[in-house]
Ligand binder design. Structure first.
Ligand code: NAD
Length: 331
C-alpha cells in the first residue's frame, strides 16, 4: 500500500519509520496539500494530512480521480475535511480519535494561569527595565469560577486540573459524563457565560457553534472575563473579541487557534501576511497567542503517529478502520 505523508517534519519521518509495518510503503513531503498541488498524491493508495491541508469538494474529487482511496488526518479535529464530499466521491477517511488529551489540557491551564498572573504584561515591563508592581496584580484560581465548554477527553483533563487548584468548575456540554459530575457542575450555556470568571473552549467546531463567541454572547459574560480557545478558530469572532478587549469587557484572552490559520501556519511569513485583527491582538499585553501548538508534546506526537499507523494498517488489511469518519453516525 503506497502512502504519501504530507506536512512531514524530520521528527515525523523518524517516528513514522519507527512504527512502519513492512506492508506499508511511505513517501514523505513537507508540503501542505492544497487544490493546487494535488498532483503530489498521484499514484498513492492513501494520504496522511494535517489540519492545514483543507480537503475541499474539488480536492476530494481530484484525489479520487487519481486513485487515492483513503485520507487520514493526523489530528483529533476533522473540520478541515469535507466529509460529505468525500463520501459522495467514495473516499474513506479517518482521524486520530485519541492522543494525549493531557497535552492540550496542560497547555490550556498554563495559558489560563499566565493570563491570571499577567505574565505577558510582566515580561514586557521587565524587558523595558520596569521592575515595579504596577498593573500586574494577579488572581487566584481557588477564588474563581472556571467555565468549560465541551467536556470530552480534553475537557475532562482540564476540569481535573482546575478542580485540583480549588476552582469551582462549571461545564456546558451537549451530553453529560458521570466522572465529570463528581468534580464539576453541569449548567446551561447561558449560566456558564453569566457566572464564569474564566471560560475555556474545548468543543469541536460545528456549523451550529460557528462564532459562538461574538458581541452578543460576550455581552452576557462577566465584566473582566478571561477567554481561552484551545479548540478551533472558527468558534470565536476574533473582531468582536478584539473590540471587547479594547474596552476591558474581556480582561485577557489566550488562543492556540485562529480562523484562516492554514494560510500562515508552520511558515515564516511577512508581517503583511498576518491577518489585521491578529496583528492588533498580538500588540496587546493581555493576550497570548500560540500557533496551534497545544498538541505539541513528545507523548502526543508519538501517540498520533502510532494511531495513524494503526488506521493505515486497518485499511491495508481491508477491515473497517477503527477510527473511520465516513458513514459513522456518531461522528
Ligand atoms: P471529544 O470528542 O472527546 O470531546 C468534545 C466534547 O465536546 C464532547 O463531550 C461533545 O459532547 C462536546 N460538544 C460537541 N458539540 C458541542 C457543543 N455545540 N457545545 C458544547 N459541547 C459540545 O474531543 P476532544 O478530544 O476533547 O477534542 C475537542 C476539540 O479540541 C477537537 O474537536 C479539536 O477541535 C480541538 N483540538 C485542538 C488541539 C490543539 O492543538 N489546539 C488538539 C486536539 C484537539
Amino acid at each position: 500500500m503506497r502512502v504519501k505523508i504530507f506536512c512531514a517534519s524530520e521528527e515525523d519521518r523518524y517516528l513514522y519509520m519507527k512504527y512502519k509495518p513492512e506492508t506499508l510503503d511511505y513517501e514523505f513531503t513537507a508540503e501542505t496539500l492544497t487544490d493546487e498541488n494535488a498532483e503530489l498524491a498521484r499514484g498513492m493508495d492513501a494520504i496522511v494530512i494535517q489540519t492545514r491541508c483543507i480537503i475541499t469538494t474539488k480536492l476530494a474529487g481530484m484525489l479520487k480521480d487519481m486513485g487515492v482511496k483513503e485520507i487520514l488526518t493526523r489530528s483529533v479535529g476533522y473540520d478541515h475535511m469535507d466529509l460529505k464530499a468525500m463520501r459522495q466521491v467514495g473516499l474513506k477517511g479517518a482521524n486520530v480519535a485519541v492522543y494525549s488529551p493531557n497535552a492540550i489540557a496542560e497547555y490550556t491551564c498554563t495559558v489560563a494561569m499566565m493570563l491570571l498572573r499577567r505574565m505577558p504584561a510582566q515580561m514586557t515591563k521587565i524587558g523595558k527595565g520596569d521592575f515595579t508592581l504596577a498593573g500586574i496584580r494577579g488572581r487566584e484560581i481557588r477564588k474563581l469560577t472556571i467555565g468549560v465548554v465541551g467536556a470530552g477527553r480534553i475537557g475532562l483533563e482540564t476540569i481535573k486540573i482546575m478542580a485540583g487548584f480549588g476552582g469551582e468548575v462549571l461545564v456546558y456540554d451537549v451530553r453529560q459524563n458521570e466522572e465529570i459530575s463528581q468534580i464539576a457542575t453541569y449548567v446551561s450555556i447561558d449560566d456558564l457565560y453569566e457566572k464564569s470568571d474564566v471560560i475555556i473552549f474545548h468543543c469541536p467546531l460545528l456549523k451550529e457553534n460557528y462564532h459562538m463567541v461574538n458581541k452578543d454572547t460576550i455581552a452576557r459574560m462577566k465584566d473582566g472575563v478571561v477567554l481561552i480557545n484551545s479548540a478551533r478558530g472558527g468558534l470565536w469572532d476574533y473582531e468582536d473579541v478584539c473590540s471587547a478587549l479594547k474596552v476591558k469587557k474581556i480582561s485577557a484572552a489566550g488562543f492556540d487557534v485562529f480562523e484562516g490559520e492554514d494560510k500562515y501556519l508552520r511558515k515564516n511569513v511577512e508581517t503583511s501576511e498576518i491577518p489585521k485583527v491578529l496583528k492588533e491582538l498580538l500588540s496587546m499585553d493581555n493576550v497570548i497567542y500560540t500557533a496551534h501548538s497545544a498538541f505539541y508534546t513528545d507523548v502526543a506526537i508519538e501517540n498520533m503517529i502510532e494511531v495513524t499507523t494503526e488506521n493505515l494498517t486497518d485499511y491495508e488489511k481491508g477491515i473497517k478502520c477503527r477510527n473511520e469518519l465516513i458513514g459513522d453516525d456518531q461522528k
